[in-house]
Design a protein around this ligand. Structure first.
Ligand code: SAH
Length: 362
């Protein structure tokens, strides 16, 4: 194994030969964020010519409504100034650009906003700088370097990229961890020896032998940090992603050129994700004195409550032909239960001394 490997598959095989099979989390981290060969570090994966398309890339309406939701939350929380307008994993910067355009006319909002982006990829940092030209931006690798001021945060399709571990329920109270090893010289899934895992004792009652569960320590740690920041300094966070309340079964997947592929065939060349366990995120803020979690609701319901159909009709008036067709399709894609409307969910973490963000009140 050399310090600067040329090929990610060779590097992974060398690691496995040297230290044994990798946890799914180690495999995911290497594939997505290896400093020179990782998926996110070497490319802009978004859009029609890339591997996948996200809500802000589908239509400007998504970012506009998120922007108005954040601005109303800011007003409801007493219009603190300054505050950290923060995004986790901002991709091409499209969502933040739409948020800023939609909130330009909210008196005092831009003057109070300090823009902070948490982004691991230098390639995507460059794209973000271009999309947000004219705005002062601070980039971070983690939340801990954010200034100690109120936080208004958004994370769209960020948590699904964080490394998960998978455990198969075995006999009794034991679990076997799913790993990536080598079979006949090729990367292959396998499972470790059965062992009791204290961190999973809470999942024993709800699982049976043969069932698989996933845990994402990084997601829980980040949610807990957001909770502590909100508890200490105020604010709110909107978390949007695919997933559900608790996680059951294998949701580890790879997508390349808009098609599903095996997570093991093209390491570093395909997007790797897992469904987000929203219950784990909500539970992670329980220790934060004044940070509350809303109920999780489907993206389609959230966007309808924020008035997406009205906004779609407004924008449609200036459109005709193919542009109008595309616009109608984008509205459907974001909201319809057969498209992203139901698969994607939203949960907010917020300063419980104030009301929850609009669209998330129960
Ligand atoms: N939010 C964007 C992009 C989603 S893709 C959108 O909706 O279009 C995931 C983003 O998270 C990318 O910008 C990726 O580089 C970033 N990312 C993934 N893992 C990260 C990590 N551990 N730390 C910081 N950024 C990360």
């Amino acid at each position: 194994m050399t310090d600067t490997p040329k090929d990610l598959t060779d590097h992974l095989k060398a690691r496995i030969l040297a230290n044994g099979p990798l946890t799914i989390a180690d495999y995911m981290s290497e594939c997505l964020l290896h400093p020179t060969l990782g998926y996110y570090t070497t490319r802009d994966p978004l859009g029609a010519s890339g591997d996948f398309t996200t809500a802000p890339e589908i239509s400007q309406m998504f970012g506009e409504l998120i922007g108005l939701c954040l601005a109303q939350t800011w007003l409801d929380h007493g219009a603190p100034a300054p505050f950290a307008l923060t995004e986790l994993g901002p991709g091409r910067g499209t969502l933040m650009a739409d948020i800023l355009r939609a909130t330009a006319s909210v008196p005092g909002f831009h003057a109070a906003a300090r823009i902070h982006l948490i982004e691991a990829s230098d390639t995507l940092r460059t794209a973000q700088a271009e999309a947000l030209d004219g705005h002062k931006i601070d980039w971070h690798y983690q939340l801990s370097t954010l200034p100690e001021i109120p936080l208004l945060l958004v994370a769209n399709e960020f948590f699904d990229a964080l490394p998960i571990r998978q455990f198969l329920r075995d006999e009794g109270n034991a679990w076997r961890e799913r790993r990536v090893g080598l079979v006949d010289g090729k990367l292959a899934f396998g499972a470790g020896d059965p062992a009791e895992v204290p961190a999973l004792s809470g999942r024993l009652a709800e699982t049976k032998q043969g069932q698989l569960i996933e845990i994402c320590a990084a997601a829980e740690a980040i949610a807990s940090e957001i909770g502590a920041h909100i508890s200490d300094h105020g604010g709110a966070a909107l978390i949007i992603d695919y997933g559900d309340w608790a996680s059951y079964g294998d949701t580890f997947q790879a997508v390349k050129s808009h098609k599903k592929t095996s997570p093991l065939t093209t390491p570093g060349q395909a997007d790797l994700t897992a469904h987000v366990d929203f219950a784990a995120l909500a539970n992670a803020v329980q220790g934060a004195a004044s940070c509350a979690a809303t109920a999780m609701i489907p993206q389609g319901v959230f966007l309808e409550r924020l008035g997406i159909t009205h906004r779609a009709q407004q924008l449609a008036q200036a459109l005709s032909g193919a542009a109008l067709e595309n616009h109608i399709a984008a509205h459907r894609r974001l909201t319809h239960p057969d498209e992203m409307g139901n698969l994607f969910k939203i949960l907010a973490l917020y300063d419980g001394r104030f009301s929850p963000p609009p669209g998330l009140q129960t």
